[in-house]
Design a protein around this ligand. Structure first.
Ligand SMILES: Cc1cc2nc3c(=O)[nH]c(=O)nc-3n(C[C@H](O)[C@H](O)[C@H](O)COP(=O)(O)OP(=O)(O)OC[C@H]3O[C@@H](n4cnc5c(N)ncnc54)[C@H](O)[C@@H]3O)c2cc1C
Length: 471
């Protein structure tokens, strides 16, 4: 029997009185988009009993108080672009959509901050910063659709983490509604702050299990003056991936991005975009971005990196130093997740992360696993961070075959990842999808500490239950 209560007419009425009738959705068809994220398997689809779209933190606080009183699960939801079923209401109950909290509240040019509500898209944060002559460094490939609140909940990585780190590095303040409905404000515009425990970075990456983020202080940087992107095709995949640790250590340069696409990712992107890509029969692409304060410096940097690539098996170095060619390169890289869905509507996209020096070995392991189980596993991703999206394709396998192969292949892939000093997830999080794997693989003492934090902050387990670990 579930520990949770069902949504009754009375509760729906109370929710309407909190957020207004037009912000409570009970119609099945209208709730369907809130039943899943971007994980394509049916096992991770679950209908909410009600979707609520609050417009203020006070409304969210009232919803959480009601949920605690009635023991109803509440699942926060950003844009639903997650890749670990984090916003799926696995126990039903309320889906709390943050879509109406979508305002940029302030751009502080003196202190270099942008303050935003969680439902602003990441792309909008980037643009608003840029309009002010400033730079927001976070850049997940989903920037045009994902919300900044979702980025914080997942500690999203993305394309520029090589140089600027993941989302957590940019977050200096948060306003959070706790599971019991209390409102907590952490940090703000101070660059240094060691006043007590670092609760900001406990909330960042907590996947909506410890609080609902309602306001965010993000640090901005001066806008880089010049930028160039290199596209380097390689005959052999292994040669391409081997160049990544060299780029990171031998050139004396910190690139902004070092991305990888294997042959299947290249071909799928080419088909999806209906556009001829250079050397699209190559074994792999490496995409490198460098930025700087002068054209001369950027030129020197990309020449050094370009030469390193050519000395190590690169076929050619394409330099994109204007917006339209840069966009072409990034369009190919950013569309891979969607492009693979055309090849196989059901797939299992993984997010393993290893020390950068170990990615050549990791790719070898993945190739061996793919051959052993007869499942295609195209790989692409943020190679400069050691973070690879190995994506198992179901294609035309029947349910049972897919289930068995996926389980065995994942077990072996995770084992190899841990053997190489890596971890389960670099940026997509655990959600409902990797919960059982985390229990098997994580340091049990650390897992216990995490469980006790959750139980302290949310004793009734009403906020996003069924995520990260079972309780
Ligand atoms: C094509 C594609 C490319 C992608 N590329 C990247 C990439 O490069 N890097 C990367 O890191 N990820 C990437 N992702 C994954 C995804 O976009 C990120 O995880 C993103 O941060 C999720 O944001 P969202 O608003 O869609 O959150 P959702 O999917 O709606 O939710 C994700 C989690 O956050 C919680 N949550 C959402 N909002 C709040 C809030 N305000 N308070 C508390 N909890 C909240 C939810 O409960 C859930 O656990 C990609 C996804 C796609 C489909």
């Amino acid at each position: 029997m579930s520990r949770y209560s069902r949504i009754t007419e009375d509760i729906t009425r109370e929710l309407r009185s909190i957020v207004g009738p037009s912000s409570v959705v009970t119609d099945e068809e209208k709730m369907l988009p809130y039943a899943h994220d971007e994980v394509s398997e049916d096992a991770y689809v679950k209908m909410p009993e009600v979707v609520v779209r609050p417009g203020t933190k006070e409304e969210i606080a009232s919803i959480m108080k009601l949920a605690n009183r009635e023991k109803i699960p509440v699942t926060p939801r950003g844009a639903g672009t997650g890749l670990s079923a984090g916003c799926v209401p696995v126990f039903g109950g309320i889906v709390l959509s943050l879509e109406r909290l979508n305002r940029v509240l302030e751009i502080d040019k003196e202190n270099l901050f942008i303050i935003a509500e969680p439902g602003v898209t990441t792309g909008e944060v980037q643009r608003r910063a840029e309009d002010a002559g400033l730079f927001y460094a976070g850049d997940p490939c989903s920037a045009e659709s994902s919300h900044i609140g979702g980025n914080i909940a997942e500690n999203a990585g993305g394309n520029r983490a090589v140089k600027y780190g993941t989302t957590s590095r940019h977050v200096y303040g948060l306003e959070v509604v706790l599971p019991n409905g209390e409102i907590m404000t952490l940090g703000g515009k101070c660059v240094k702050d060691v006043t007590g425990y670092d609760l900001i970075h406990l909330i960042v990456g907590s996947e909506g299990t410890l609080g609902v983020v309602t306001k965010i202080w993000l640090k901005l940087l001066p806008l880089p003056k010049c930028r160039a992107d290199l596209l380097v095709p390689f005959e052999e995949m292994q040669k391409a991936i081997e160049v990544v640790p060299k780029v990171m250590t031998m050139g004396g340069i910190v690139p902004t991005s070092v991305e990888f696409m294997d042959s299947m990712s290249i071909k799928s992107a080419e088909l999806y975009l209906n556009q001829v890509l250079p050397h699209s029969d190559a074994g792999a692409y490496i995409i490198i971005e460098v930025e700087g304060s002068s054209e001369t410096q950027v030129e020197e940097d990309y020449e050094t990196i370009g030469e390193l690539c050519l000395e190590n098996g690169g076929i050619e170095v394409y330099v994109a130093d204007n917006l339209s060619t840069q966009e072409r390169i990034w369009k190919a890289r950013k569309c891979v997740a969607e492009a693979l869905r055309v090849v196989s509507p059901v797939y299992c996209m993984e997010d393993i992360t290893v020390p950068t020096s170990e990615i050549p070995k990791m790719l070898k392991e993945i190739t061996a696993i793919s051959e052993k189980h007869g499942v295609k596993i195209p790989c692409f991703g943020h190679a400069g961070d050691g973070n690879i999206h190995a994506t198992l394709l179901r294609e035309d396998m029947d349910e049972d075959t897919w289930g068995n192969i996926k389980e065995q292949a994942l077990e072996e892939m995770y084992a190899a990842t841990y053997m190489l000093g890596g971890n389960l997830s670099g940026e997509h999080g655990i959600g409902a999808k990797r919960l059982h794997s985390l229990e098997k693989l994580m340091d049990p003492v650390a897992l216990d500490v995490m469980r006790s934090i959750k139980q302290t902050v949310d004793p009734n387990l009403v906020l996003n239950p069924g995520k990260i670990f079972d309780l």
